[in-house]
Design a protein around this ligand. Structure first.
Ligand SMILES: *[C@@H]1O[C@H](CO)[C@@H](O)[C@H](O)[C@H]1NC(C)=O
Length: 201
């Protein structure tokens, strides 16, 4: 009975234990660090301020724990160099090419398609805490969804419904990248060129 209970609630229990013990220690160490900063004030202040540009946000961790209140910035932010670490996140739109891929259309024509994808970080905190490399993950996902979506279209549909395909890819990608705090703005597939079977007929 005792063991059963322990197994069932293990994650919560161990979380809670580290919370209490580590939490008290963190508060004490943070207090000491602030005393040190105050005692050495005119010098220490230069180590405690960081400038975050208009288009950036800083995700701050104190002793490895995400600090409440969301990402900081833009402007001057206070970082306690003894206890805090931060990650600087760029919120500007990034574009990348999905390299040309050979895709088999629904009517068995091999076509070469590439695309340009535009995305930006919508939630800086999520882009740091939920995914290791938001940009790279978005790139890889764009490749596979280009394949997946175009594989369900005939060559005629690919050529005719350019706008619809672009929109479908954008919404599919955006939904998939949402947990990472990434917003996919646009996907522009290039013209689908038949490579083998269709080219001579
Ligand atoms: C980012 O996502 C977290 C949840 O993961 C949420 O608490 C926070 O409010 C979001 N921030 C913004 C700016 O939307």
């Amino acid at each position: 009975m005792d063991e059963e209970q322990q197994i069932g609630s293990r994650p919560a229990v161990s979380d809670h234990q580290t919370d209490t013990a580590g939490g008290v220690l963190a508060v004490i160490l943070t207090g000491i660090s602030f005393i040190v900063i105050i005692l050495t004030f005119p010098i220490s202040v230069w180590f405690c301020i960081r400038t975050i540009n208009e288009y950036e946000r800083a995700v701050v961790f104190r002793f490895g724990k995400l600090m409440k209140g969301g990402a900081r910035g833009p402007g001057i932010i206070f970082i306690n160099p003894l206890t805090d670490q931060f990650v600087r996140i760029d919120l500007r739109t990034v574009s990348f090419d999905v390299p040309p891929q050979e895709i088999l259309s629904k009517d068995s024509v091999t076509v070469t398609v590439d695309a340009v994808v535009y995305f930006r970080i919508r939630n800086a905190t999520d882009s740091v805490t939920k995914v290791l490399d938001a940009g790279r993950s978005t790139r890889l996902l764009a490749q596979t969804s280009l394949r997946k979506i175009l594989g369900t279209k005939t060559l005629a549909e690919m050529l005719a419904d350019r706008e619809a395909i672009s929109h479908e890819m954008q919404s599919t990608l955006d939904t998939a990248t949402d947990p990472w705090g990434v917003y996919v703005e646009r996907v522009e597939p290039s013209s689908a060129a038949p490579t083998r079977h269709g080219s001579r007929s």
